[in-house]
Design a protein around this ligand. Structure first.
Ligand code: URP
Ligand code: ZN
Ligand code: ZN
Length: 465
């Protein structure tokens, strides 16, 4: 099957140019001048992209599908989550396998393969969350890297659940450095946070907003600084996940100014939502539970710093940290005790729609939009040049993007399983009309044409930047 996307404007992280894009065998086989000659045999299918952009499919480097967390399980599995992702123009995800306390990394990887196989509708890779790093485990890291899982997430937060002490973090960093793997850090200093939570509850402060008030910016700033310092001592790169606050960003900027290989991502919720959302409604403060995620939403003034960080290359990636829970039966677990609200928000479907608002408002260029949503995660996480670019030989993971298409981000339009939408009532301008995954048209005008189980596991290369 030969497909031609004609008359569109290709946008990559570096260039914007008129071109016809030819797809065959799941790959881009030619880019030709629209007024020039056809490429070989005629196409079996033509898509007219006049007035539209042709972009590489989005890569969401931070998702939690079918993840046990906070006494429940995130409500999107690999089927619903990847179908929702495709609707939003994301064609690859990197999810997190989690080592059980006392279990092995290999067991965790097997478990996550079972969760994804036969279900995922787009391509997927895994990071490995290590919750325990005894010396024997360090050898197992090598086995995991050989399996194409080339990044490890470590936690400085959630004592007794996920938190690792500095010695374990440091050992894991050294080993990751030897293996060419990347350490992704949840950088919040978690032990004092637990004390603040305890004191808030003792004082009778049970509402969702106390989730933010007990996880202050200072906790994230010190965590970020410590993560960077440990990585500097180990002489390895580090990637800070879900960065939410100005002071944490400043720590990243200082490190990068010193020439350290420090990378960081933020998420749409930290660019568009704020602590105000956590306060809920005047007549129902528990509505704020919809917005409980970690790190917490920050006061509005942080937005401008994060946008500037994206524009100035201080932040490299926008991923979603999609970790959806329903209000009914899940977020409700924390009614009367904010610390029991499962942490996480839905977002896998709305990332590109929201980021495009940054393009419309001239906060970032179109090329930067492509870079932070696709090219940079592909490069950082060992998927480039197969993914993350529109070029000959790359997988034909492509979007036809209509910059004028209006789309309401309401629960009734979206495909994620959470029983609410975080941006209910918001209409965006700019959305995909066609989504290709390895040359297969999986979404056309909001209709899903793909199938569950067609997504392939992505064996990623080691860190090469
Ligand atoms: O609230 C969040 N972020 N839930 C997922 C777990 C994590 O720390 O990424
Ligand atoms: Zn985290
Ligand atoms: Zn996460």
């Amino acid at each position: 099957m030969r497909t031609l996307i004609k008359n569109g404007t290709v946008v990559t992280a570096s260039d914007t140019f008129a071109a016809d894009v030819w797809i065959e065998g799941g790959r881009v086989v030619a880019l030709t001048h629209p007024a020039g000659r056809a490429h070989g045999a005629p196409a079996d299918r033509e898509i007219d992209a006049t007035g539209k952009y042709i972009l590489p499919g989005g890569i969401d480097a931070h998702t939690h599908l079918d993840m046990p967390f906070g006494g429940t399980t995130s409500v999107d599995d690999f089927e619903s989550g990847t179908i929702a992702a495709a609707h939003g123009g994301t064609t690859s995800i990197i999810d997190f396998a989690i080592q059980k306390k006392g279990g092995t990394l290999t067991e965790a990887l097997d478990t996550w393969h079972q969760k994804a196989e036969g279900k995922a509708a787009i391509d997927y890779g895994f990071h490995m969350i290590a919750t325990d790093v005894p010396p024997g485990q360090l050898d197992e890291m090598a086995r995991i890297v050989k399996e194409g899982v080339t990044s490890f997430k470590l936690f400085m937060a959630y004592p007794n659940v996920l938190l690792l002490d500095d010695q374990s973090i440091f050992r894991a960093m050294l080993r990751a450095g030897e293996l060419g793997a990347l350490i992704c850090m949840h950088a919040e200093t978690g032990l004092p946070i637990d004390v603040l939570v305890e004191r808030a509850l003792q004082a009778g402060h049970t509402a969702p907003v106390y989730h933010a008030l007990t996880r202050p910016e200072a906790a994230e700033a010190t965590g970020t600084e410590r993560a960077i310092a440990l990585a500097e001592m180990a002489q390895v790169p580090v990637y800070i996940v879900h960065l939410s606050a100005q002071r944490a960003l400043e720590r990243v900027m200082e490190a990068r100014d010193r020439g350290l290989p420090t990378y960081a991502e933020t998420c749409p919720q930290y660019l568009f939502l704020s602590e105000e959302d956590l306060r809920g409604k005047p007549d129902d403060e528990f509505e704020g539970a919809k917005y409980v995620c970690t790190p917490p939403l920050r006061p509005q003034h942080h937005h401008q710093h994060l946008w500037r960080g994206l524009a100035n290359h201080d932040l490299q990636v926008v991923s979603t940290d999609h970790c959806p829970f329903c209000m009914k039966g899940q977020k409700e677990l924390g009614r009367g005790n904010f610390s029991k609200i499962p942490n996480g928000m839905p977002g896998i479907e709305t990332r590109l729609h929201l980021l495009w608002e940054g393009v419309r408002e001239k906060r970032i260029s179109m090329n930067r939009f492509v870079e932070i949503s696709s090219t940079a995660p592909a490069k950082i996480f060992g998927l480039y040049p197969r993914k993350g670019n529109v070029c000959i030989g790359a997988d034909a993971d492509l979007l036809v993007w209509d910059p004028e298409k209006r789309y309401e981000l309401s629960h009734r339009n979206l495909h994620m399983r959470a029983d609410y939408a975080a941006y209910e009532g918001k209409t965006v301008i700019g959305a995909p009309t066609h989504v290709f995954s390895r040359g297969e048209l999986v979404v056309e005008n909001d209709r899903f044409l793909g199938s569950r189980g067609r997504g392939r596991f992505l064996r990623r290369s080691t860190f090469g930047l």
